[in-house]
Design a binder for this molecule. Structure first.
Ligand code: AMP
Ligand code: MG
Length: 357
C-alpha cells in the first residue's frame, strides 16, 4: 500500500514538473498509474497530451476512487458505503441511490438473469462469509450452517427496483448487493467513454488485468494484449491476443485466494454450491466490446465451467472466450483461433471436445 502511495506521488510530481515547465507532455506512449478498487489502474495514451488532458486523467482516477468509496462492500476496509447502507436496509426499506450506483445494480440484475444466476449481483451474503481476509484471520472456512444461511439469501427475485424513484429494495433480511464482479469493467467503460469524449485516444486502460483497448494503434497494427499465466507472478503471460477496439477481461482462482489446511480457497463463489468454484478451469478470458459485460461474463463463465461455459459463450453475439484449464490446456472459441498466439510452451492449445452425453 505504502509503496503504491509513493509511486502515485512520484507520478503526480512528474506531471507537475512537466506542467510547471509550461509544455505539453509529448513522449509517446505515456503511462499514468494509480491505486484504486483494490488494484493498480494504468492508463496508457498515445500522442501528445495537453495540460487539459492530464486534468482529464486525474479526474478519471478520482472517479475510480469515488466508485470505490461509494460501492465497496469489503467490510474489512469500509464500514460505510452507499452499497453497505443499501445492504444494511435489507428487509427494512427501499434505499434511494446515486444514478451510477443505481445503474450498475440494474446492469448486475440483467447479467444475473442472462447467466441464469451464475453471476449473481446479490451474492454478498456468500461473498462476505468467504471474505479472504477473514478466512486468513480465522485460519478456518465458514461453517456449513453459515454457508447455508447465506445461500438462502441470494435470490435476485427478492430485489425490487423502482425506476421512478431510483430506489432499490432488498426485501429479505440479510440480503446484500456485491458489485465486485463488475465494478472494474464498469469503471473501464466509464474511463473509455471519457477519454473518447476528450479525444485522448488511442489508449489502453488496464484495471488490474481488466483491459480496454480504445481506438486503433497509431501505426495501424492490432493491439497485442497478453493473457496472464495463472501459475506465474503477475505480468507473465501464456500468449497474447491481437485485437482492435475491444475489452478483454480475465477471471480466475489465482487472483485472490488463501490456503487452509492445504486447500486452495478463492474469491469466485458458485451460487449453486455456496463454495468457491471448483472445476477444471484455472481462468476464463472474455473478449467483447462492453467492459461491464466482459467482466460479468468472465466471472459467470468461470463458474459455469468449460462445458456449459463454452456453449453459453457460443450463444452470445459478439462474445469470444479463452478457457485455461488446470491441466495447462487452452481452448478458444472459433473467432479467437487466428487472434490468439501462444508464446509459453508450458501450455498447449487444444480443440474444444464436447463431452459425449
Ligand atoms: P471477478 O474478479 O471479476 O471474477 O470478480 C470476483 C468478485 O466478484 C469477488 O471478489 C466477489 O466480490 C464477486 N463475486 C464472487 N462470486 C460471485 C458471483 N457468483 N456472482 C457475482 N459476483 C461474484
Ligand atoms: Mg468479473
Amino acid at each position: 500500500m505504502r509503496v503504491l502511495k509513493i509511486y502515485k506521488t512520484l507520478w503526480l510530481l512528474l506531471i507537475a514538473i512537466l506542467l510547471i515547465n509550461g509544455c505539453t507532455i509529448s513522449n509517446s506512449p505515456q503511462q499514468f498509474t494509480d491505486f484504486a478498487l483494490g488494484t493498480i489502474i494504468s492508463i496508457t495514451t498515445y500522442g501528445n497530451l495537453s495540460r487539459t488532458d492530464t486534468n482529464v486523467i486525474n479526474d478519471l482516477f478520482q472517479y475510480a476512487h469515488d466508485v470505490e468509496m461509494r460501492m465497496s462492500t469489503t467490510v474489512s476496509d469500509y464500514t460505510e458505503t452507499e452499497i453497505l447502507n443499501l445492504n444494511n436496509n435489507a428487509g427494512i426499506q427501499p434505499v434511494s441511490l446515486m444514478p451510477d450506483t443505481f445503474r450498475i445494480i440494474k446492469d448486475g440484475i440483467a447479467y444475473t438473469r442472462l447467466t441464469n444466476g451464475a453471476f449473481n449481483i446479490v451474492i454478498w451474503p456468500l461473498s462476505s462469509v468467504w471474505d479472504i481476509k477473514q478466512l486468513e484471520q480465522n485460519n478456518a472456512i465458514p461453517s456449513a450452517h453459515a454457508i447455508q444461511t447465506a445461500q438462502s439469501r441470494i435470490n435476485v427475485s427478492d430485489v425490487i427496483v423502482d425506476d421512478a424513484r431510483s430506489t432499490i429494495f432488498l426485501t429479505e433480511t440479510g440480503m446484500g448487493v456485491d458489485v465486485g464482479g463488475i465494478a472494474k469493467g464498469w469503471v473501464a467503460d466509464h474511463i473509455a467513454t471519457m477519454l473518447s469524449e476528450a479525444a485522448v485516444t488511442p489508449a489502453i486502460i488496464d484495471i488490474g488485468g481488466n483491459i480496454r483497448a480504445l481506438g486503433t494503434k497509431p501505426n495501424g497494427e492490432r493491439w497485442k494484449i497478453g493473457i496472464q499465466d495463472p501459475y506465474s507472478s503477475h505480468g507473465e503471460t501464456v500468449g497474447f491476443v491481437a485485437v482492435g477496439d475491444i475489452s478483454i477481461v480475465t477471471s480466475g482462482d489465482y487472483e485472490r485466494f488463501t490456503e487452509i489446511n492445504g486447500v486452495h480457497y478463492h474469491h469466485i463463489i458458485d451460487p449453486v454450491t455456496g463454495y468457491p468454484t471448483a472445476n477444471n478451469l484455472k481462468s476464463v478470458t472474455i473478449i467483447t466490446k462492453d467492459g461491464t459485460l466482459a467482466d460479468a461474463l468472465s466471472t459467470a463463465v468461470y463458474i459455469m465451467g468449460l462445458e456449459v461455459g463454452y456453449q453459453f459463450v457460443r450463444a452470445q453475439p459478439h462474445v469470444e472466450a479463452l478457457f485455461l484449464t488446470q491441466d495447462r490446456e487452452i481452448i478458444v472459441t472459433p473467432a479467437l483461433k487466428d487472434m490468439f498466439h501462444l508464446t509459453n510452451d508450458a501450455f498447449t492449445v487444444v480443440e474444444y471436445q464436447p463431452r459425449s452425453q
